[in-house]
Design a protein around this ligand. Structure first.
Ligand SMILES: [Zn+2]
Length: 456
Protein backbone atom coordinates (compact mmCIF):
# COMPACT_ATOMS: atom_id res chain seq x y z
CA UNK A 1 0.00 0.00 0.00
CA UNK A 2 1.25 3.48 -0.82
CA UNK A 3 0.18 6.52 1.19
CA UNK A 4 0.17 9.57 -1.05
CA UNK A 5 0.85 13.17 -0.02
CA UNK A 6 1.46 12.20 3.58
CA UNK A 7 3.28 14.36 6.14
CA UNK A 8 6.41 12.44 7.05
CA UNK A 9 8.49 13.34 10.09
CA UNK A 10 11.98 11.93 10.47
CA UNK A 11 13.79 10.88 13.64
CA UNK A 12 15.69 14.19 13.62
CA UNK A 13 12.38 16.07 13.72
CA UNK A 14 12.50 17.39 10.14
CA UNK A 15 9.48 16.90 7.91
CA UNK A 16 8.25 16.86 4.32
CA UNK A 17 5.24 15.83 2.27
CA UNK A 18 5.84 12.64 0.33
CA UNK A 19 4.55 9.20 -0.66
CA UNK A 20 5.35 6.34 1.68
CA UNK A 21 5.08 2.63 1.04
CA UNK A 22 3.52 0.76 3.96
CA UNK A 23 4.28 -2.96 3.89
CA UNK A 24 4.63 -4.91 0.69
CA UNK A 25 1.02 -5.65 -0.30
CA UNK A 26 -0.15 -4.26 -3.63
CA UNK A 27 -3.50 -2.85 -2.44
CA UNK A 28 -4.58 0.44 -4.03
CA UNK A 29 -2.93 3.73 -3.14
CA UNK A 30 -4.42 5.62 -0.25
CA UNK A 31 -4.97 9.33 0.26
CA UNK A 32 -2.50 10.22 3.00
CA UNK A 33 -3.43 13.88 3.40
CA UNK A 34 -3.99 14.71 7.03
CA UNK A 35 -2.03 11.67 8.21
CA UNK A 36 1.41 11.56 9.81
CA UNK A 37 4.09 8.97 9.13
CA UNK A 38 6.68 8.70 11.89
CA UNK A 39 9.59 6.34 12.55
CA UNK A 40 8.54 3.52 14.89
CA UNK A 41 8.64 4.87 18.43
CA UNK A 42 11.10 3.46 20.99
CA UNK A 43 9.98 3.09 24.61
CA UNK A 44 12.90 2.87 27.05
CA UNK A 45 10.67 1.92 29.96
CA UNK A 46 7.75 -0.51 30.01
CA UNK A 47 6.63 -3.19 32.43
CA UNK A 48 5.50 -6.32 30.62
CA UNK A 49 5.08 -8.23 33.91
CA UNK A 50 6.11 -11.65 32.61
CA UNK A 51 7.19 -13.90 34.26
CA UNK A 52 5.25 -13.82 37.50
CA UNK A 53 2.51 -11.23 37.10
CA UNK A 54 0.68 -12.51 34.02
CA UNK A 55 -2.64 -11.37 35.47
CA UNK A 56 -1.44 -7.78 34.90
CA UNK A 57 0.26 -8.17 31.50
CA UNK A 58 2.19 -10.67 29.41
CA UNK A 59 4.95 -10.09 26.90
CA UNK A 60 2.42 -10.79 24.13
CA UNK A 61 -0.33 -8.45 25.39
CA UNK A 62 2.18 -5.76 26.29
CA UNK A 63 3.93 -5.94 22.92
CA UNK A 64 0.56 -5.71 21.13
CA UNK A 65 -0.51 -2.77 23.28
CA UNK A 66 2.83 -1.12 22.47
CA UNK A 67 2.17 -1.36 18.73
CA UNK A 68 -1.26 0.18 19.09
CA UNK A 69 0.44 3.05 20.87
CA UNK A 70 2.98 3.42 18.05
CA UNK A 71 5.92 1.91 19.94
CA UNK A 72 7.61 -0.62 17.65
CA UNK A 73 10.43 -1.16 20.16
CA UNK A 74 9.97 -1.57 23.92
CA UNK A 75 12.51 -2.08 26.68
CA UNK A 76 11.02 -4.55 29.16
CA UNK A 77 11.84 -3.83 32.79
CA UNK A 78 13.32 -6.50 35.02
CA UNK A 79 11.00 -6.25 38.04
CA UNK A 80 9.28 -9.54 37.30
CA UNK A 81 9.07 -12.63 39.53
CA UNK A 82 11.71 -13.96 39.30
CA UNK A 83 13.61 -10.81 38.37
CA UNK A 84 15.47 -10.87 35.04
CA UNK A 85 18.87 -11.41 36.62
CA UNK A 86 20.29 -14.41 34.74
CA UNK A 87 21.34 -14.94 31.10
CA UNK A 88 18.70 -17.69 30.75
CA UNK A 89 15.89 -15.35 31.80
CA UNK A 90 17.15 -12.64 29.43
CA UNK A 91 17.13 -15.11 26.54
CA UNK A 92 13.67 -16.40 27.51
CA UNK A 93 12.23 -12.87 27.61
CA UNK A 94 13.72 -12.07 24.20
CA UNK A 95 12.30 -15.30 22.76
CA UNK A 96 8.80 -14.51 24.07
CA UNK A 97 9.11 -11.10 22.48
CA UNK A 98 9.97 -12.62 19.11
CA UNK A 99 7.09 -15.11 19.39
CA UNK A 100 4.61 -12.28 20.00
CA UNK A 101 5.40 -10.81 16.55
CA UNK A 102 4.29 -7.39 17.68
CA UNK A 103 6.63 -4.69 19.00
CA UNK A 104 10.32 -5.62 19.23
CA UNK A 105 11.04 -6.46 22.87
CA UNK A 106 14.47 -5.55 24.27
CA UNK A 107 15.28 -7.06 27.68
CA UNK A 108 16.59 -4.85 30.45
CA UNK A 109 18.29 -6.97 33.09
CA UNK A 110 18.45 -6.37 36.83
CA UNK A 111 21.43 -4.57 38.36
CA UNK A 112 21.43 -6.70 41.51
CA UNK A 113 20.51 -10.34 42.14
CA UNK A 114 16.80 -10.65 42.76
CA UNK A 115 16.71 -6.82 42.63
CA UNK A 116 17.52 -6.94 46.31
CA UNK A 117 20.17 -4.24 46.18
CA UNK A 118 22.74 -6.43 47.93
CA UNK A 119 24.85 -8.25 45.38
CA UNK A 120 25.60 -7.30 41.77
CA UNK A 121 24.21 -9.52 39.03
CA UNK A 122 26.74 -10.67 36.44
CA UNK A 123 26.33 -7.63 34.20
CA UNK A 124 28.89 -8.68 31.57
CA UNK A 125 27.20 -12.07 31.10
CA UNK A 126 23.75 -10.49 31.02
CA UNK A 127 24.86 -8.10 28.29
CA UNK A 128 26.26 -11.00 26.28
CA UNK A 129 22.86 -12.74 26.58
CA UNK A 130 21.10 -9.73 25.06
CA UNK A 131 20.36 -7.29 27.88
CA UNK A 132 20.40 -3.77 26.40
CA UNK A 133 20.67 -2.01 29.78
CA UNK A 134 20.51 -2.64 33.53
CA UNK A 135 17.89 -1.46 35.98
CA UNK A 136 16.38 -2.42 39.32
CA UNK A 137 13.52 -0.07 38.41
CA UNK A 138 11.05 0.47 41.20
CA UNK A 139 13.87 -0.11 43.65
CA UNK A 140 16.79 2.29 43.54
CA UNK A 141 20.22 0.94 44.46
CA UNK A 142 20.45 2.53 47.92
CA UNK A 143 24.04 1.49 48.60
CA UNK A 144 26.26 4.07 46.87
CA UNK A 145 29.30 1.79 46.84
CA UNK A 146 27.32 -0.97 45.14
CA UNK A 147 25.95 1.56 42.67
CA UNK A 148 29.51 2.61 41.84
CA UNK A 149 30.42 -1.02 41.09
CA UNK A 150 27.30 -1.38 38.96
CA UNK A 151 28.31 1.59 36.85
CA UNK A 152 31.87 0.24 36.50
CA UNK A 153 30.74 -3.21 35.36
CA UNK A 154 28.05 -1.77 33.08
CA UNK A 155 30.70 0.46 31.54
CA UNK A 156 32.86 -2.62 30.87
CA UNK A 157 29.79 -4.31 29.33
CA UNK A 158 29.16 -1.15 27.24
CA UNK A 159 25.61 -0.75 28.51
CA UNK A 160 23.86 2.08 30.36
CA UNK A 161 22.56 1.79 33.91
CA UNK A 162 18.96 3.04 34.12
CA UNK A 163 18.25 4.21 37.62
CA UNK A 164 14.98 4.91 39.45
CA UNK A 165 16.14 8.02 41.27
CA UNK A 166 14.63 8.18 44.73
CA UNK A 167 16.00 8.50 48.23
CA UNK A 168 13.78 6.06 50.04
CA UNK A 169 14.61 7.46 53.45
CA UNK A 170 12.96 10.69 52.27
CA UNK A 171 10.07 9.25 50.24
CA UNK A 172 9.19 6.93 53.12
CA UNK A 173 5.56 5.88 53.04
CA UNK A 174 4.54 8.76 50.78
CA UNK A 175 1.87 8.07 48.17
CA UNK A 176 1.70 11.36 46.24
CA UNK A 177 3.66 14.58 45.67
CA UNK A 178 4.25 16.44 48.93
CA UNK A 179 2.66 19.87 48.68
CA UNK A 180 -0.57 21.81 49.06
CA UNK A 181 -2.72 19.06 47.50
CA UNK A 182 -1.33 16.27 49.69
CA UNK A 183 -1.87 18.49 52.74
CA UNK A 184 -5.49 19.15 51.71
CA UNK A 185 -6.16 15.48 51.07
CA UNK A 186 -4.34 14.33 54.19
CA UNK A 187 -2.15 11.89 52.27
CA UNK A 188 1.54 11.30 53.09
CA UNK A 189 3.76 13.04 50.56
CA UNK A 190 6.91 12.28 48.56
CA UNK A 191 8.94 15.51 48.49
CA UNK A 192 10.69 16.68 45.33
CA UNK A 193 13.90 16.47 47.40
CA UNK A 194 13.61 12.66 47.51
CA UNK A 195 14.23 12.65 43.76
CA UNK A 196 16.64 15.56 43.60
CA UNK A 197 19.03 14.28 46.27
CA UNK A 198 19.18 10.89 44.52
CA UNK A 199 19.84 12.54 41.15
CA UNK A 200 22.71 14.54 42.72
CA UNK A 201 24.25 11.38 44.21
CA UNK A 202 23.94 9.42 40.98
CA UNK A 203 25.44 12.18 38.86
CA UNK A 204 28.41 12.39 41.23
CA UNK A 205 28.99 8.63 40.87
CA UNK A 206 28.60 8.83 37.08
CA UNK A 207 31.29 11.51 37.04
CA UNK A 208 33.53 9.33 39.20
CA UNK A 209 33.19 6.27 36.96
CA UNK A 210 32.78 7.82 33.51
CA UNK A 211 30.01 5.28 32.88
CA UNK A 212 26.73 5.87 31.04
CA UNK A 213 24.01 6.77 33.53
CA UNK A 214 20.38 7.06 32.44
CA UNK A 215 17.91 8.60 34.90
CA UNK A 216 14.40 7.19 34.67
CA UNK A 217 11.16 9.19 34.79
CA UNK A 218 12.62 12.48 36.01
CA UNK A 219 9.68 14.48 37.36
CA UNK A 220 10.80 17.67 39.11
CA UNK A 221 12.15 21.01 37.91
CA UNK A 222 15.05 20.71 40.35
CA UNK A 223 16.08 17.25 39.17
CA UNK A 224 16.11 18.44 35.59
CA UNK A 225 18.25 21.43 36.52
CA UNK A 226 20.84 19.03 37.99
CA UNK A 227 20.83 17.03 34.75
CA UNK A 228 21.24 20.24 32.73
CA UNK A 229 24.35 21.20 34.74
CA UNK A 230 25.78 17.67 34.57
CA UNK A 231 25.43 17.65 30.79
CA UNK A 232 27.10 21.05 30.55
CA UNK A 233 29.96 19.59 32.61
CA UNK A 234 30.37 16.78 30.07
CA UNK A 235 29.16 14.01 32.38
CA UNK A 236 27.70 11.02 30.55
CA UNK A 237 24.14 11.32 31.82
CA UNK A 238 20.84 11.00 29.95
CA UNK A 239 17.27 11.15 31.18
CA UNK A 240 13.69 10.36 30.30
CA UNK A 241 10.34 11.87 31.25
CA UNK A 242 6.92 10.21 31.02
CA UNK A 243 3.82 11.39 29.14
CA UNK A 244 1.84 11.53 32.40
CA UNK A 245 4.41 13.84 34.00
CA UNK A 246 4.14 16.03 30.88
CA UNK A 247 0.36 16.36 31.09
CA UNK A 248 -1.09 15.64 34.53
CA UNK A 249 -0.52 17.31 37.91
CA UNK A 250 -0.98 16.38 41.57
CA UNK A 251 -4.41 18.07 41.30
CA UNK A 252 -5.52 14.84 39.61
CA UNK A 253 -5.22 13.03 42.93
CA UNK A 254 -7.73 15.56 44.25
CA UNK A 255 -10.14 14.82 41.40
CA UNK A 256 -9.14 17.16 38.58
CA UNK A 257 -9.15 15.67 35.11
CA UNK A 258 -7.84 18.76 33.33
CA UNK A 259 -4.58 18.48 31.41
CA UNK A 260 -2.06 21.08 32.55
CA UNK A 261 -2.89 23.21 29.48
CA UNK A 262 -6.65 23.11 30.09
CA UNK A 263 -8.62 25.23 32.55
CA UNK A 264 -9.51 23.31 35.71
CA UNK A 265 -12.85 21.66 35.48
CA UNK A 266 -14.79 18.77 36.90
CA UNK A 267 -12.90 18.48 40.17
CA UNK A 268 -15.33 17.39 42.82
CA UNK A 269 -14.66 18.22 46.46
CA UNK A 270 -12.78 15.53 48.40
CA UNK A 271 -15.65 14.79 50.78
CA UNK A 272 -18.09 13.57 48.09
CA UNK A 273 -16.56 10.56 46.37
CA UNK A 274 -18.69 9.36 43.49
CA UNK A 275 -18.41 6.94 40.58
CA UNK A 276 -16.38 8.12 37.60
CA UNK A 277 -18.81 9.15 34.89
CA UNK A 278 -18.00 7.69 31.50
CA UNK A 279 -19.02 10.92 29.83
CA UNK A 280 -16.57 12.20 27.23
CA UNK A 281 -18.02 15.72 27.31
CA UNK A 282 -17.44 16.45 30.97
CA UNK A 283 -14.53 14.37 32.20
CA UNK A 284 -14.80 14.29 35.95
CA UNK A 285 -12.73 12.43 38.46
CA UNK A 286 -13.05 11.52 42.07
CA UNK A 287 -10.47 12.31 44.70
CA UNK A 288 -8.35 9.43 45.98
CA UNK A 289 -8.68 7.55 42.67
CA UNK A 290 -5.80 5.06 42.85
CA UNK A 291 -5.39 5.30 39.05
CA UNK A 292 -3.54 8.56 39.77
CA UNK A 293 -1.06 6.81 42.09
CA UNK A 294 2.28 6.57 40.36
CA UNK A 295 5.94 6.67 41.32
CA UNK A 296 7.44 9.21 40.99
CA UNK A 297 4.19 10.99 41.79
CA UNK A 298 2.34 13.49 39.61
CA UNK A 299 3.96 16.83 40.38
CA UNK A 300 2.95 20.50 40.14
CA UNK A 301 2.12 22.51 37.03
CA UNK A 302 5.46 24.33 37.43
CA UNK A 303 7.30 20.99 37.27
CA UNK A 304 5.34 19.98 34.17
CA UNK A 305 6.32 23.20 32.43
CA UNK A 306 9.96 22.69 33.42
CA UNK A 307 9.90 19.22 31.81
CA UNK A 308 8.63 20.74 28.56
CA UNK A 309 11.45 23.31 28.67
CA UNK A 310 13.90 20.44 29.15
CA UNK A 311 12.44 18.71 26.14
CA UNK A 312 12.87 21.84 24.04
CA UNK A 313 16.50 22.48 25.03
CA UNK A 314 17.66 18.85 24.82
CA UNK A 315 18.13 18.27 28.57
CA UNK A 316 15.47 15.55 28.24
CA UNK A 317 16.72 12.81 25.93
CA UNK A 318 13.64 10.62 25.75
CA UNK A 319 9.97 10.32 26.50
CA UNK A 320 9.39 6.86 28.00
CA UNK A 321 5.96 5.62 29.06
CA UNK A 322 6.75 3.74 32.30
CA UNK A 323 3.76 1.65 31.19
CA UNK A 324 2.80 -0.06 34.46
CA UNK A 325 -0.26 -2.27 33.98
CA UNK A 326 -1.88 -3.71 37.09
CA UNK A 327 -4.68 -6.23 37.58
CA UNK A 328 -7.69 -4.52 39.18
CA UNK A 329 -7.20 -6.19 42.57
CA UNK A 330 -3.94 -4.28 43.02
CA UNK A 331 -5.66 -0.95 42.37
CA UNK A 332 -9.23 -1.34 43.69
CA UNK A 333 -8.15 -0.76 47.28
CA UNK A 334 -7.47 2.21 49.60
CA UNK A 335 -5.21 4.85 48.04
CA UNK A 336 -2.43 4.11 50.52
CA UNK A 337 -2.55 0.38 49.78
CA UNK A 338 -2.81 0.55 45.97
CA UNK A 339 0.11 -0.35 43.70
CA UNK A 340 1.99 2.49 41.99
CA UNK A 341 1.67 2.78 38.22
CA UNK A 342 -0.30 3.93 35.18
CA UNK A 343 -1.07 1.82 32.13
CA UNK A 344 0.01 4.34 29.53
CA UNK A 345 1.58 2.88 26.42
CA UNK A 346 -1.61 3.19 24.31
CA UNK A 347 -2.50 6.75 25.33
CA UNK A 348 1.00 8.30 25.31
CA UNK A 349 1.15 9.54 21.73
CA UNK A 350 -2.38 11.02 21.72
CA UNK A 351 -1.68 12.93 24.94
CA UNK A 352 1.59 14.26 23.51
CA UNK A 353 -0.03 15.30 20.22
CA UNK A 354 -2.74 17.12 22.16
CA UNK A 355 -0.06 18.87 24.24
CA UNK A 356 1.70 19.97 21.05
CA UNK A 357 -1.63 21.26 19.68
CA UNK A 358 -2.08 23.24 22.88
CA UNK A 359 1.32 24.89 22.37
CA UNK A 360 3.26 23.07 25.11
CA UNK A 361 6.08 22.12 22.74
CA UNK A 362 7.17 21.40 19.18
CA UNK A 363 6.16 18.24 17.34
CA UNK A 364 9.73 17.78 16.10
CA UNK A 365 11.10 17.76 19.65
CA UNK A 366 8.48 15.22 20.74
CA UNK A 367 9.27 12.94 17.78
CA UNK A 368 13.01 13.14 18.49
CA UNK A 369 12.39 12.19 22.14
CA UNK A 370 10.39 9.17 20.99
CA UNK A 371 12.82 7.96 18.31
CA UNK A 372 16.41 9.20 17.88
CA UNK A 373 16.69 10.23 21.55
CA UNK A 374 16.02 6.79 23.04
CA UNK A 375 18.08 5.16 20.27
CA UNK A 376 21.03 7.27 21.39
CA UNK A 377 20.53 6.27 25.03
CA UNK A 378 20.75 2.62 23.95
CA UNK A 379 23.62 3.43 21.57
CA UNK A 380 21.76 1.69 18.75
CA UNK A 381 20.82 2.67 15.24
CA UNK A 382 17.12 3.50 15.05
CA UNK A 383 15.27 0.69 13.28
CA UNK A 384 13.53 1.33 9.92
CA UNK A 385 10.07 0.79 11.42
CA UNK A 386 7.22 3.14 10.54
CA UNK A 387 3.93 4.10 12.07
CA UNK A 388 0.94 5.87 10.52
CA UNK A 389 -0.97 8.26 12.77
CA UNK A 390 -4.27 10.03 12.22
CA UNK A 391 -3.78 13.11 14.40
CA UNK A 392 -7.44 14.17 14.03
CA UNK A 393 -9.05 10.86 14.93
CA UNK A 394 -10.87 11.12 18.25
CA UNK A 395 -11.45 8.20 20.54
CA UNK A 396 -12.55 7.58 24.09
CA UNK A 397 -10.29 5.75 26.53
CA UNK A 398 -12.30 2.81 27.85
CA UNK A 399 -11.23 -0.51 29.33
CA UNK A 400 -12.41 -2.18 26.13
CA UNK A 401 -10.43 0.17 23.89
CA UNK A 402 -7.13 -0.83 25.53
CA UNK A 403 -5.29 -3.94 24.35
CA UNK A 404 -3.21 -3.96 27.53
CA UNK A 405 -4.49 -6.06 30.40
CA UNK A 406 -3.87 -3.02 32.58
CA UNK A 407 -6.91 -0.75 32.60
CA UNK A 408 -5.41 1.39 35.36
CA UNK A 409 -5.34 4.84 33.82
CA UNK A 410 -6.86 8.07 35.13
CA UNK A 411 -7.70 8.82 31.48
CA UNK A 412 -10.60 6.33 31.48
CA UNK A 413 -13.61 8.12 30.08
CA UNK A 414 -11.49 10.86 28.50
CA UNK A 415 -11.78 11.76 24.88
CA UNK A 416 -8.36 11.84 23.19
CA UNK A 417 -7.39 13.09 19.75
CA UNK A 418 -4.80 11.20 17.70
CA UNK A 419 -4.56 7.51 17.00
CA UNK A 420 -2.06 5.10 15.50
CA UNK A 421 -3.72 3.41 12.52
CA UNK A 422 -0.84 1.23 11.28
CA UNK A 423 2.52 0.01 12.52
CA UNK A 424 5.25 -1.60 10.44
CA UNK A 425 7.97 -3.60 12.20
CA UNK A 426 10.87 -5.07 10.24
CA UNK A 427 9.00 -4.42 6.97
CA UNK A 428 5.90 -6.26 8.14
CA UNK A 429 2.56 -4.55 8.85
CA UNK A 430 1.94 -5.87 12.37
CA UNK A 431 -0.90 -3.57 13.30
CA UNK A 432 -3.59 -1.99 11.16
CA UNK A 433 -6.79 -0.26 12.27
CA UNK A 434 -9.10 -1.44 9.48
CA UNK A 435 -11.98 0.89 10.38
CA UNK A 436 -9.75 3.94 10.26
CA UNK A 437 -8.11 2.83 7.01
CA UNK A 438 -11.45 2.37 5.31
CA UNK A 439 -12.81 5.36 3.47
CA UNK A 440 -9.28 6.43 2.65
CA UNK A 441 -8.85 4.14 -0.38
CA UNK A 442 -8.05 6.03 -3.54
CA UNK A 443 -5.28 8.50 -4.28
CA UNK A 444 -5.72 12.22 -3.59
CA UNK A 445 -7.56 14.36 -6.10
CA UNK A 446 -9.88 11.61 -7.24
CA UNK A 447 -13.45 11.43 -6.05
CA UNK A 448 -14.44 7.87 -5.26
CA UNK A 449 -18.00 8.30 -6.61
CA UNK A 450 -16.73 9.72 -9.88
CA UNK A 451 -14.33 6.81 -10.25
CA UNK A 452 -17.12 4.32 -9.76
CA UNK A 453 -19.22 6.07 -12.42
CA UNK A 454 -16.30 6.05 -14.85
CA UNK A 455 -15.87 2.33 -14.39
CA UNK A 456 -19.47 1.54 -15.36
ZN1 LIG B 1 10.61 3.54 38.26
Amino acid sequence: MILEEVRRIEADGTERTTSVRIGSDMSPNVDGRGLLVLPGLIDLHAHLREPGYEESETVATGARAALRGGFTTVCAMANTMPAIDSPGLVAELAARGRDARAARVLPVAAITRGREGKQLADLVELAAAGAVAFSDDGDPVDDARLFRSALEYAHAARRPVMEHVQDRALSGRGVMHEGAVSAALGLPGIPAAAEESAVARDIAIAKLTGARLHLQHVSTAGALELVRHAKADGISVTCEVTPHHLALTDEWVGGSRAFVWEPMRGASPPQTPQKVEDDPQTPRGVPYDSATKVNPPLRTAADVRALWRGLADGTVDAIATDHAPHASFRKDVEYAEAAFGISGIETALAVLLMAVDAGMGELGAVVRALTSGPARVLDMRGPDDLIVVDPALEWTVTAGALASKGKNTPLLGRRLRGKVIAAVVEGEVRYRDETAMQGRAGPPGRIKGAEAIARR
